[in-house]
Design a protein around this ligand. Structure first.
Ligand code: GLC
Length: 650
């Protein structure tokens, strides 16, 4: 029960908003009372000494109550339905896709006619890449938002978004949108006012009159886009000051030391929640708190903010899950699920960026050991939270896993990473991949990798050479990479175009708004004539699409792949084979992936050591072949880049 002062504060908001706490708002009121103490504690951790602490706290409570008041009946009902299932987002029946509306189908009102294509594929969870207003030539793909509430006119209107959400809802599909929490565009109203010298709005950002503090901060701040946007500060001539811009120079970092910023952004979060968003993707949460002498990433205060937001969302939009887009070192990623008293009470979901990058590592080396070395950390994910699993997304692939994971496998970390980068950027002779290095930093030698799933799997080169055998191998690699991520646990998130085998798109080079960012290489412009080929037997498009479709259908069918902390890695009898077991009651599914281009053998004993008594038969859901388990000195043979989804059958 909340203390008297807090309860009084809540009641004030209840009355202001005319909430019916004895009737239809009673569950809300109970949640409010239940959470308010924690909300106050977390808030105090950040702002106890701020002169505006008390006023803004009342503002925060008001934001919660007002947004509940505005939450439509339909959404409240959906909240209730979700709360009846234990952690709805752990289900094996959710399959996602991320897409740019303009590059996929032009405008939001064109999405409706494409839903059938997605449904047919097996996708029922849609991540629309940023749809809110963003300056055309300084947008970072929409991640530089100039108005958090106005849909970009190039994509349509807020009404188009609302009717799309309604249609998704009717089809039992889910919607994910982004909140860009860390920064705004320099064209945002707050930034414009700050530029004019308005002190209230200058305090929304980090402004400095000269280079003294920026120079000091730069000593410990890494560079995110060293090629296109070196440094972390930008000179603003209108007010003769420097502003912090960790990403691009047009993305101004918000100052969360100011509680007003927090309350404004919380209100924006509820605005999205009340549009019917099912999962809110919190962009770049690792960066939201800055501290001199540190990298200003993953700081404890960033976690406090996320916990606070989670508590507030839990009160007024409990059906909306939060996804933290923290693409950071594995041990840091894990903390976004919450730690200590807040275990499983921070972000509900996080990207399994470590596993994603390690899949690419395995594909290049054919060796699973570095990936296995990361599992002791990844398996610590608490029950009630889940991953977004993926092979590609709109961003680059960063090799951010730890050096000791590489060295424990017998490799030199520097040389190993260099090999992976060379392999995918095509400079390693004989590599089938055609990607590119992204954000090369000459000071550190770091770089990440751009390129589409198909091109990185060798399809682009194989098509160029008209090499039919190589085309088949790359299709097999594409499907193996997808299968590995679909069954691992977590919501699979396809990236649009990958389902139809899109190779790199080089047109960004002639666009001045994109040329400085080669991530556009793998953000295709959909050509629906090409996509129609998914129905034409024997085409590359059809082979990739139907394979992906089959995998997604299998995922929906196999209950044991729901993410209920039910994964065990198989003992590595063969370092080229990654194998995990998914279990649910008596059911067992062995998922095996051959990351090498050779036929391999695996002792049948591998299937016996985790199960007693030893199973007699295995049924492969992928090939529909049934296997009798043989003696330990005999072998199960895996095809090059083959994968197997073997269920124990009696
Ligand atoms: C996230 C987005 C990325 C963007 C960055 C800055 O990492 O995924 O595309 O550039 O945030 O907003």
């Amino acid at each position: 029960m909340a203390n008297k002062v807090l309860e009084k504060q809540i009641l004030l908001e209840v009355n202001k908003n005319k909430l019916d706490i004895k009737g239809k708002d009673s569950a809300f009121y109970l949640r409010f009372v239940d959470h308010v103490e924690t909300i106050a504690e977390l808030y105090d951790e950040l702002y106890a000494h701020h002169p505006g602490a008390a006023d803004n706290f009342q503002g925060l409570l008001h934001t919660i109550a007002r947004n509940w008041k505005q939450r439509k009946k339909k959404l409240r009902t959906r909240d209730n339905e979700k709360s009846k299932q234990e952690y709805w987002f752990l289900s094996n029946e959710i399959n996602g896709m991320s897409l740019y509306v303009d590059r996929f189908c032009g405008k939001l009102n064109g999405m409706s006619s494409k839903l059938e294509y997605l449904e047919n594929l097996g996708v029922n969870f849609l991540h629309l890449m940023p749809v809110f207003q963003s300056p055309e030539h300084a947008s970072d793909g929409g991640y530089a938002v100039s108005d958090f509430r106005k849909v970009d006119s190039r994509l349509g209107t807020i009404d188009d978004l609302i009717s799309l959400q309604k249609e998704l809802n009717e089809k039992d599909m889910y919607l994910m949108l982004d909140i860009v929490l860390n920064h705004t565009s320099d064209q945002h109203e707050w930034a414009m006012k700050a530029k004019q010298g308005n002190p209230q709005y200058k305090d929304y950002y980090y402004f400095y009159p000269d280079r003294t503090i920026p120079d000091h901060l730069d000593e410990s701040l890494p560079e995110i886009f060293p090629e296109s946007s070196p440094g972390n500060f930008t000179y603003i001539k209108e007010c003769d000051s420097w502003v912090m811009t960790v990403f691009h120079s047009y993305q101004w970092d918000l100052n969360y030391r100011n509680p007003r910023v927090l309350v404004e952004m919380l209100d924006t979060i509820f605005f999205y929640a009340n549009l019917g968003v099912d999962v809110l993707r919190i962009d770049a949460p690792a960066f939201i708190w800055k501290q001199s002498g540190t990298t200003s990433q993953n700081l404890p205060q960033a976690h406090t903010i996320l916990r606070l937001l989670k508590q507030c969302v839990q009160v007024a939009a409990p059906g909306m899950a939060l996804l933290g887009e923290a693409i950071v070192a594995p041990k840091e990623i894990m903390k976004y699920f919450g730690t200590g008293d807040f275990t499983a009470k921070e972000c509900d979901l996080a990207y399994n960026a470590t596993q994603m990058a390690l899949q690419w590592d395995m594909l290049a080396t054919g060796d699973t050991r570095v990936m296995l070395a990361a599992q002791h950390l990844l398996l610590r994910k608490p029950y009630g939270t889940s991953w977004i699993t993926y092979t590609r997304c709109h961003d680059d692939i960063g090799l951010g896993y730890d050096d000791d994971m590489i060295s424990s496998s017998g490799y030199n970390p520097y040389a190993h990473r260099q090999f992976i980068k060379d392999y995918y950027s095509g400079s390693y002779s004989g590599s089938p991949a055609s990607g590119a290095l992204f954000s090369y930093n000459p000071k550190t030698g770091d770089a990440r990798i751009s390129g589409s799933l198909a091109s990185l799997c060798g399809l682009e080169k194989a098509i160029e050479k008209k090499d039919t055998a190589a085309i088949e191998i790359s299709i097999q690699k594409i499907l193996m990479m997808q299968a590995h991520s679909f069954f691992l646990g977590g919501i699979p998130m396809l990236f649009y175009g990958d389902e139809a085998g899109y190779t790199n798109d080089y047109s960004y080079i002639s666009d001045p708004g994109k040329i400085y960012d080669n991530r556009w290489l793998h953000r295709p412009l959909i050509d629906w004539k090409k996509n129609k080929l998914v129905n034409k037997k024997g085409t590359i498009e059809q082979k990739v699409y139907s394979g992906t479709q089959k995998l997604l259908a299998l995922r929906k069918k196999l209950l044991m792949v729901a993410d209920t902390k039910n994964l065990t890695w198989m003992t590595p009898h063969n370092i080229h084979v990654a194998g995990y077991i998914r279990t649910q009651h008596q059911q067992r599914l062995y998922c095996l992936f051959n990351f090498s281009g050779q036929h391999l053998s695996l002792t049948w004993y591998a299937f016996k050591e985790h199960l007693y008594p030893a199973p007699a038969r295995l049924y492969d859901h992928w090939s529909s072949v049934q296997y009798e388990i043989k003696n330990d000195e005999q072998y199960f043979v895996l095809d090059p880049y083959g994968f197997y989804l073997l269920e124990v059958v009696e």
